[in-house]
Write a new protein. Structure first.
Length: 400
């Protein structure tokens, strides 16, 4: 029986993880669950799965959760505060940690799991985007097992030979990694119409059911830019070895090209339970409850070159990766502020990449950011980027 800690259990990845766990009660136990402030959702999960710990990042929410669970007969201990995420991630009795908190808030818990030598199922992009070198060093130093859960990176992982990390990609005969992208809801919309798109339109992904932030990232394709940075660290691949290809059907989740001309790809229905089940069961395969892929009904698979005029966020991510240091952290922080402002109707959709580029241009030339080599330096860059981004939003509001 494996004890599983889920950081972000009320989000879409967390809910899907619990669904897979529920299908295998003889193999997995939900050991610890966490949420920021969704009291009712976490209370319901606690009643169903009876975890040993439940964490609410918001202290007031934690008190509400305690009151909600009072008298239920559960043995669940409610903890509160951001530091409690690190406690359940590094707990001696936790075997597997699903790191599924969206954004920079997920970094401390993911890092704690890595340092504690856990099997880390990484669905939080920002741990690698913000602190890739330090995170990978922690994985190696502690002997932790790192399994990517993003559908694209999980597909690449499945398409690479076992032991590729020991030999390196070139010795494994890899020419390049190809990350596929659906293109989101605006793939074919005229550029002059993008200025007026609404948050609800941006969140209406044609293939995947996701949270609002990641849905907007898919619409701008910043999610793909962040995945390029993530792939760099996961697979020790240079920026020049990582390509992005538009694939509207979301059936081929990514692929690897080898020097002999072969392409090895992973295909499946667009359902996150597949990579989650792969991570939980690794190296075995377990049932995920996913609808079987019927290739005959799909009928065709399309691939298109990436249009950087339509999706400038991908270019910005490549630029940040090549710059190194804390530049990816600056990129990520600026994007988080921009997306939040857009969702709150304080910024136009087309201004998201403008904000990010402005912040990166302003901050990334600073030596402290260019050469950041500690978590503290990365977090300082993150803070500076958020402040700069907020100023941009305010200026846009005033000019409007």
């Amino acid at each position: 029986m494996k004890n599983v800690t889920i950081l972000g259990s009320t989000g879409s990845i967390g809910v899907s993880t619990l669904d897979v766990i529920a299908r295998h009660p003889d193999r997995y136990r939900a050991f610890a669950l966490s949420a920021a402030n969704k009291v009712d959702a976490l209370a319901e999960q606690c009643r169903r799965f009876n975890p040993r710990y439940a964490v609410m990042v918001n202290n007031d929410a934690a008190e509400q959760l305690r009151a909600s669970l009072s008298g239920s007969g559960l043995q669940t201990e409610v903890l509160s505060g951001a530091e409690a995420l690190e406690t359940i991630a590094a707990h001696a009795d936790a075997h597997v940690v699903m790191a599924a908190i969206v954004g920079a808030a997920g970094l401390p818990g993911s890092m704690a799991a890595a340092r504690a030598g856990k099997t880390v199922l990484l669905a939080n992009k920002e741990a690698l985007v913000m602190a890739g070198r330090m995170f990978m060093d922690a994985i190696r130093d502690s002997g932790a097992t790192l399994l990517p859960i993003d559908s694209e990176h999980n597909a690449v992982f499945q398409s690479l030979p076992r032991g590729f990390a020991d030999a390196g990609l070139s010795h494994a005969g890899v020419r390049r990694i190809v990350l596929t992208a659906s293109g989101g809801p605006f793939r074919t919309r005229s550029l002059d119409q993008l200025a007026n798109v609404t948050p609800d339109e941006a969140c209406a992904h044609p293939n995947w059911v996701m949270g609002r932030k990641i849905s907007v990232d898919s619409a701008t394709m910043m999610n793909k830019g962040l995945e390029v940075i993530e792939a760099h660290w996961l697979f020790d691949a240079s920026a020049d070895m990582i390509d992005v290809l538009i694939h509207p059907q979301s059936v081929v989740h990514s692929m690897v090209e080898y020097v002999d001309g072969s392409f090895v790809a992973q295909l499946g229905s667009p359902d996150m339970r597949t990579p989650i089940a792969y991570g939980l069961g690794y190296p075995d395969r377990i049932d995920a409850g996913v609808k079987r892929l019927d290739l005959a009904s799909v009928a065709k698979l399309e691939f298109h070159a990436l249009d950087l005029e339509r999706f400038p966020c991908v270019r910005l991510a490549y630029d940040a990766l090549r710059m190194g240091g804390a530049a990816p952290a600056v990129l990520n922080a600026a994007n988080e502020v921009a997306v939040e402002a857009f969702l709150n109707h304080r910024l136009r959709f087309v201004d998201i990449p403008h904000l990010i580029e402005s912040v990166c241009t302003t901050l990334c030339a600073q030596s402290g950011i260019a050469h950041a080599d500690s978590i503290e330096a990365v977090l300082a860059a993150d803070t500076a980027a958020r402040q700069q981004a907020q100023r941009f939003v305010q200026e846009q509001r005033v000019s409007a």
